[in-house]
Design a protein around this ligand. Structure first.
Ligand SMILES: N[C@@H](CCC(=O)N[C@@H](CS)C(=O)NCC(=O)O)C(=O)O
Length: 252
């Protein structure tokens, strides 16, 4: 088993189990809510065992119905070690736990949260195909890279890791298609006076988008080009969300 690393420690802090190369939405949500948390970095090779050790049921399944064990997850020692193990459910949990911090869900009525959940699922559909663009340069931990690559190949029936690389004309086509999909996301911002999707104040919908873009900024080689698409929509989201990541504050 590869090492996991706890960056800081505190006995009643929420423990945030995170993969370094994954989407950043939960980290942003924790910072946005000024949550008291410590990060337990988990190697990609240890995601399944970590999730199982938390006793969290899977929320994702492979096309053949097999369990797909994922992170992020949180464990809250100050609430009887409550475990929440889906990024959207974590955001809902944090909003309830920290009512005095800015709300992640506008018009915080529980009936409205379902709409955010459907937006989240829609963003999964839009952003997930872009992951193929990051295969070749994916920042694996060298110690577990071969193991993780073999597991990814097993899941999709590929013979070798190299067979998953998208190059040449296929890559040009995939970039074009991804650009078109992100154009749809960029349009959502045109309905508000900005800078956020719902106006002057940030909310979880912005965090979802920013979290995905931040991941691609680390994994897709064409990021410098991508960030200029649709009038610099990617660059704008990143700038706003990196502030949340660094300072836990969307407003300065
Ligand atoms: N619906 C879940 C999906 C989480 C998810 O897909 N996590 C991926 C990383 S992006 C994962 O843990 N992958 C582990 C693996 O591929 O082995 C959530 O939002 O928390």
């Amino acid at each position: 088993m590869a090492d996991t690393t706890t960056t800081t420690s505190s006995s009643d802090a929420i423990v945030f189990y995170d993969i370094a190369s994954g989407p950043r939405s939960t980290r942003y949500a924790l910072n946005f809510k000024r949550a008291h948390f410590v990060t337990q970095w988990v190697d990609l090779a240890d995601v399944t065992s970590t999730r199982k050790s938390l006793g969290a049921e899977p929320v994702r399944f492979h096309p053949n119905g097999e369990h797909f064990y994922t992170l992020p997850a949180i464990r809250d020692p100050s609430a009887n070690d409550t475990v929440v193990a889906d990024s959207f459910d974590i955001a809902v949990y944090l909003d309830k736990k920290y009512p005095d911090a800015p709300s992640l869900f506008r018009n915080n009525a529980s009936s409205g949260i379902g709409l955010y959940a459907s937006f989240n699922a829609h963003m999964d559909t839009i952003f997930t195909p872009g992951a193929a663009l990051g295969c070749e340069d994916f920042p694996f931990n060298p110690a577990t890279a071969a193991q993780c690559q073999a597991e990814f190949c097993r899941r999709i029936g590929a013979q070798t890791w190299d067979a998953l690389f998208v190059r040449g004309e296929a890559r040009t086509k995939m970039l074009k298609s991804f650009r078109t999909s992100l154009g749809e996301v960029a349009k959502y911002f045109r309905f508000s006076e900005g800078p956020f999707i719902g106006g002057k104040e940030a909310e979880y919908a912005d965090i979802i988008i920013g979290g995905w873009l931040m991941m691609y900024s680390h994994t897709v080689p064409e990021w410098e080009e991508m960030r200029t698409w649709h009038g610099g929509f990617g660059a704008g989201c990143m700038m706003r969300w990196s502030r949340i990541e660094e300072h836990g504050d969307a407003y300065n």
